[in-house]
Design a protein around this ligand. Sequence first.
Ligand code: UN1
Length: 497
Amino acid sequence: MAKTFKNFIGGQWVAPMTGEYYENRNPATWSELIGRFPSSGPKDVEQAVRSAIRSFALWKKTPAPARGDVLRRVGDVLTARKEEIARAMTREMGKVLAETRGDIQEGIDTAYYAASEGRRLFGHTVPSELRSKWAMSFRRPIGVAGIITPFNFPMAIPTWKIFPALLCGNSVVFKPSADVPHTGTLLVEVLLEAGLPPEVIQLVHGRGRAVGNAIVNHPKVPLISFTGSTETGAKLGEICGRMHKRLSLEMGGKNAMIVMDDADLELALDGVLWGAFGTTGQRCTATSRLLLHRKIHDRFLRMLVDRVERLRLGDGLLPTTDVGPMINEAARENTQHYVDIGLGEGAEVLTGGRKGRGARLAQGWFYQPTVLGGVKAGMRVEQEEIFGPVLSVVRIGSLDEAIRVNNGVKFGLSSSLYTRDVRAAFRAMEEIDAGITYINAPTIGAEAHLPFGGVKETGNGHREGGWEVYHFFSETKVIYVDYSGTLQRAQIDNYGE
Ligand code: UN1
């Protein structure tokens, strides 16, 4: 019998108050049950928020370097348990082991960065405009942080949010995607093993509609950090706007790789294969458009199709696998739906375009790595996020056109240009509307110590990772100390007649 898992609320593993559970299955072999996980409801969220409020009172008073020490130990425990957790993640979410190891490494990097930030949570001291007066700022914890995360980076994305939230002194209510509850459970285990005071972290499993909604609508949760679809993000924006909550959104992408006629084509080929089909295309940074200069268009496409046809679909736990399954049936159907839309719009399937075939793949949510040729700017397969292993190829005639097409979508997360021309590279760096531009590297592979996020409908101006996320999870407070012994009126006594 598969194990029945629990929520973690009030410092204990507890059954959901709803009494309801759902089954979580391996996407590569869906006859394999990973476990039964709570389908929690608003009452579970209420308990979680109460506990988080209690723990916040203590945790906010723990010195930031001591909070950082806990996160350093979290990095140590994740390092020690890397292989075991990577295997559990591949089994739960499908991507190949090298990638789940990388996903955990991103969490380790984030933990050590957070640990060091504990000794660096800078405020400012600046001169006052008045005599015998000091002016300075420092950073305060905010309260209970609601953390809602997707399936595609079951470890890295929760750590991007939870670790800086904790380092800044907030307590956390964490709802992982219902597709990856096991990894969420393992992350909470790691936090406890590292010595986090138990009530500082709450784990509430379940669906977005029940649990996510209750967290976002809870008046005592002033901070929400969400990664997921642009549609859901828009709804959260309305709620958080109405309730005056601080909200960080990280949403869709339609990232393009531009390959110019002077590019190193072998390098670009390796790049596009990794960017488009890594994580089975299920990254918000995935390369989902390839803009090829007309002079190399046909040659590069032949090279590409040849290599894509040799990618091996399969169970991510097997060393022979290049591309794992998709997360669930709905994701696979959505991918097929978009390929059909592309065909209807006049695009051509150059390879792939259907579910994985054969007995070995019949038990999982496999979809063939797919290249759509003849795509024109403005087609839906060129504009909309597919979140699957589908690459839309557009022919371009110049760098100007490439930048225009790149920028002609509503998203702006990642981007990439392959060229040997330094002038073209710098123009792209300046003119591409995106949060990230890679030169001679694919659109995926952001590092944990740099700000991560996008422009336009990809986000709402906040960044994760790096130094910027610490501003999101803390409130700036300003202090003025006047030791002149007299009333000094700002803007009047120093400038007045
Ligand atoms: C995501 O797809 O939501 O840059 C995050 C990358 C990874 C993170 C992706 N480090 O592709």
